[in-house]
Design a protein around this ligand. Structure first.
Ligand code: SF4
Length: 199
């Protein structure tokens, strides 16, 4: 049975949850909502998709600012971009939102499922659903195949706008691209096109 959003998790007694986090800004509103729902959160920064490594570390450092605000434990997965590239092999030229992203979601959610198991944490969720650029239904279809996944659609109830507001309040770095080198190239091309149109 599909687990619907909106305080439906009142019946869960053991509220320990591992939260897969893509970046500090996205984590803000997700953490608030999970705390509201009574979850005890451990943060899991596992983002081998992010390129280059310096960007991965920059996003992690910004997450630490949010973690400190809430006094939450924040775990870091050592960077392994090679394995991620293997996972999306053959789909490099897909546009953002295409098949490569489905493989990327699967890769990242899988690391969360495994980490939650290792730590004996019964549930996990992902901040990826807060972005209006990411299809929550698709993320749920992928997550539902894994043990302990909870369907939190964090973009609901104005979650995305709220994450921007909170990020500004905390002075967090907000990136202009999703994460991988392919999305970086796509974003740079878009910015260059806009600049040409303006001049
Ligand atoms: S665009 Fe984003 S979601 Fe898609 S493959 Fe790249 S990093 Fe992953």
């Amino acid at each position: 049975m599909r687990k619907k959003d909106k305080k439906q998790f009142y019946y869960i007694k053991d509220k320990r949850l591992l939260l897969h986090v893509c970046c500090g800004p996205c984590s803000t509103t997700c953490i608030n909502r999970l705390i509201d729902e009574g979850f005890k959160i451990t943060l899991w920064f596992s983002d081998d998709n992010i390129y280059p490594e310096s960007e991965n570390l920059k996003r992690y450092e910004n997450l630490l600012i949010v973690a400190k605000e809430h006094n939450l434990e924040c775990l870091y997965k050592p960077y392994d971009h090679k394995s991620w590239l293997e996972a999306v092999k053959g789909y490099e030229n897909e546009k953002e939102g295409g098949a490569r992203c489905g493989l990327c979601f699967d890769y990242n959610l899988k690391t969360a499922e495994l980490k939650a198991k290792e730590l004996n944490i019964p549930y996990f969720a992902t901040t990826l659903t807060v972005s209006r650029y990411k299809n929550s239904k698709r993320l749920f279809e992928i997550g539902d195949k894994m043990d302990g996944f909870l369907e939190f659609d964090f973009k609901k109830r104005g979650g995305y706008d709220e994450s921007i507001r909170l990020s500004k309040e905390l002075g967090l770095y907000r990136q202009h691209y999703c994460g991988c080198e392919f999305s970086l190239a796509e974003s740079n091309a878009y910015i260059a096109k806009k600049n040409t149109e303006k001049s």
